[in-house]
Design a binder for this molecule. Sequence first.
Ligand code: GTP
Ligand code: MG
Length: 332
Amino acid sequence: MSDKLPFVTKTFRKSFPFLAKDVAHYFPSHMARGMQKMQNRLKYVDGIIEVHDARISFSGRNQRFHDALGLRPHLLVLNKVDLADMSEKKTIVRKLEEDGIQKVLFTNCKVNINNTVRTKIIPAMIEMVNNVPRYHRSDAEDYNLLVIGIPNVGKSSLTNALRRTHIQKGKATKVGARAGITTSVLEKIVVCHQPKVYVYDTPGIMPPKINNVEVGLKLALCSTLQDHMVGEDTIADYMLYWLNKHEHFSYVEHFGLSEPTDDVYSLLAHVAQTHNAIQRLKSSSVGGYVYRPHFIRAAQIVIHEFREGHLGKFNLDTEILSRNEGHQHNDR
Ligand SMILES: Nc1nc2c(ncn2[C@@H]2O[C@H](COP(=O)(O)OP(=O)(O)OP(=O)(O)O)[C@@H](O)[C@H]2O)c(=O)[nH]1
Ligand SMILES: [Mg+2]
C-alpha cells in the first residue's frame, strides 16, 4: 500500500525556515591540499570518473571542476542507487546529458551486487579515452583514471568495487560513513590488468556547490557534509519537512507515531522515549535530577534511519526535474 494515505488531507509547512550557517564555505584544509595535488597529477590522467549520490543527481555537483580538470573524458557514476527512488531515471539521464555529461551510469557499491553495471565502467572509460587525443600520454598503453566527487558519495567504495570486479582483489582504500574519510591523494591503485588500468582515489576534494540553503540541507541529509555543520536536529527537521511535503508518511509507522507531525521536537521527544535517548540533568529548583529527551541523540537516530533507507528510497531532486530549464540552472 502507498505510504501516502490516509494522511494527505493534513496540511504541512510549505517552506523551510533555516538559520543561516556558513555551509557554503566548508572546505577543510585536506581538501585544499588534495585539490593542489590532484592538479599536479593531472598531466598523467587520461579520464575522470566523477561519483555522486543518486538521491541528489543534481544538487551539490560542482560543474566548475571541468575548468580545473580540463577537457578529459568524463563519466558520471550515480552511486547509492539502493537508497534512491529511480522512477525518474530516464529524465535524470536526459537532463544530465543536456548539461553536457558524456555518460551516466548508476551503481550500488555497498554490496557486491549490481555487477553488470560495474563491469561497464572501465570499458566505457577506455572507449572514451581512446576516442580523443591523450595529450601527454599518446604512447601509453595503460590508463590512468582519477576518481573525484564531493565527500562521502562512495569514491573509495567504487575504487574497491572496481578492483574486486576486475582483479578479484580486496580493499585498497579506506571507506567510512562520515564525510572526509579519504584524506590524501593515494598512489595509483590497480583496478584492471588487461589492459592495465589505474585509479587515483581522492579525498572529497570537490567542494560541493551550495548555491542555496536547501541544497545545503539536502547535502547534509545525505551526509556529504559533516553533521555538526548544520546540526542534527536541523537535519532531522528538514527531513521531516521534505517527507511531509512529498507525502511520504512511512516514518509514521516506522517510529510508531499515531499520525504525521510537522513538529520535529514532538517527533524527537517520541523517538527519545521509545529509544531510551533520555538525559538526566541536575535541577536546583527540583533539588534532584530531572529526565529530559536527548534531542540530539534522537535526531541522530532519525537521520540514521533515513540514511540507511529504512524510511524508503527517495529522489531529493525530484522538483529540479520538474522545473523548466531556466530555473534549473539557477538552482544548481
Ligand atoms: N547504501 C549505500 N552506501 C554506500 C554505497 N557506496 C558507498 N556507501 C557507503 O557510503 C559511505 C562513504 O563511502 P566512501 O567510499 O568512504 O565514500 P568517499 O566518497 O570515498 O568518502 P570520502 O573519502 O570521505 O570523501 C560508507 O559508509 C560506504 O559504505 C552504496 O552504493 N550504497
Ligand atoms: Mg574516500
